[in-house]
Design a protein around this ligand. Structure first.
Ligand code: PMP
Length: 396
């Protein structure tokens, strides 16, 4: 069959192949990017579904506006405001089918073949694939434990004049890094200085373990004149409430939201009204603070357990920054003591020992660091995490 030329720019990810092996009995998986399904607030969602059907069945089961179901847009605007965003009203956001659709709509509305887009090295794999599908030439900006290196970022912006810069500033996937406040400030200043759109992808910002992270780019934009008009922010209920709901949102300048809405119309007409009404009821019932407190506590314990186990079982053979939120430990094999220093090699050996993780190299759009790995601590309990890390040490 003859497929569209744009498919030549992408390939199915190496990670998918690995996922096929996960079905093996007894495997402990640190591989997924999923939240733990045991943590879903099933009672709260059931109540929200019942309320949606009792109070607004006509709207919840009917076609709806492409921009989103207004009661949910209102709730999301309030949610964002409660987290410190200024000047965010229902009209300033559209509801998307997961934040993944927000990224796709940004690709669709902004990228012409050959356009340059700067992303972090490493960054979210599906973003790499999605932007490439639209023909983007991706430029990789280096990161360290504090997120993207802003001086390098400025050089790349000045040199390449990208269509936009895509960042996951808070507990990135896969890097787990948290961009410092000073760097966030600088990113917004760069947006204004070079008149470059910045995309903030923020599905993990609420999953912090100790102190709250620095304000999002969205929140900070209120204090950097001119930056709000150059910022798109993608949010999601996936990691804190349920990815199956497929409820995300995008806050962006009016003109961009209008174009994204037009493209969404041709794509899925609107995000499931049933899911939107459910999410709106859930938020209105005021359950979110307790849900967030619960997931933060559970993931914090697991992150600590994984960090401790890696330090004690793998010692100098691995280096990583202890994550302060999110779902991932991003680590690097040092090769110390002649041990394996390639994430792909270790991933295969690890499966044989009964533990799975994702090698880091596919997360780079250029110059992959083959020594890296992404380990998710989200879905295994503390005992399994310890056992899984012990198996990893054997594999090493
Ligand atoms: N952005 C990042 C960085 C992610 O890790 C994910 C999910 N893995 C998404 C976006 C998409 O999430 P969703 O579509 O479920 O909101």
């Amino acid at each position: 069959m003859q497929f569209a030329d744009r498919l030549n720019n992408v390939e199915t990810s190496a990670i998918r192949e690995l996922f096929k092996l996960l079905g093996k009995p007894g495997i402990i998986s640190f591989a997924g990017g999923f939240p733990d399904s045991a943590m879903f607030d099933v009672d709260g969602i059931r109540e929200a579904v019942n309320a949606a059907l009792a109070e607004e069945a006509g709207a919840a089961l009917q076609y709806g506006a492409t921009e989103g179901y207004n009661p949910l847009r209102e709730q999301l605007a309030q949610f964002m405001t409660s987290k410190g965003a200024q000047g965010v009203a229902a009209d300033n956001l559209i509801v998307t089918t997961g934040s993944q659709q927000g990224l796709d709509l940004l690709g669709k509305t902004l990228i012409s073949p050959g356009d340059k887009v700067i992303v972090e090295g490493p960054t979210f794999l599906a973003t790499i694939q999605c932007f490439r599908l639209y023909g983007a030439e991706l430029i990789s900006a280096p990161v360290d434990g504090d997120g993207v290196k802003v001086d390098e970022l400025e050089k790349l912006i000045a040199e390449h004049r990208p269509k936009f810069v895509y960042l996951i500033p808070t507990f990135g996937n896969p890097s787990g890094a948290m961009l410092t406040q000073a760097r966030r400030q600088k990113v917004l200043e760069l947006a204004v200085k070079y008149q470059t759109l910045v995309v903030e992808d923020d599905p993990y910002g609420d999953l912090y373990f100790g102190e709250a992270p620095p304000p999002s780019l969205l929140n900070l934009s209120a204090s950097v004149p001119g930056s709000r008009e150059l910022l798109a922010h993608c949010g999601s209920l996936s990691k804190v409430l349920s990815p199956g709901l497929r409820v995300g949102w995008m806050i962006a300048p009016t003109e961009l939201l209008a174009k994204a809405t037009m493209c969404k119309q041709f794509s899925d007409a609107h995000t499931s009204t049933f899911a939107q009404a459910t999410a709106a009821q859930y938020l209105r019932a005021g359950r979110m603070p307790a849900t967030l407190a619960k997931v933060r506590a559970v993931y914090a314990e697991r992150a600590q357990a994984m960090g401790d186990a890696l330090r004690s079982d793998l010692g100098e053979a691995i280096e990583f920054v202890q994550p302060q939120g999110g779902l991932f430990v991003w680590a690097r094999l040092t090769g110390a003591g002649g041990k394996v220093a390639d994430g792909n090699v270790l991933a295969k050996r690890a499966i044989e020992k009964g533990v799975a993780f994702v090698p880091g190299s596919p997360f780079f759009c250029a110059n992959p660091d083959h020594a890296t790995l992404r380990l998710s601590f989200a879905t295994a309990d503390v005992a399994k995490i310890r056992e899984g890390v012990a198996r990893l040490a054997q594999a090493l």
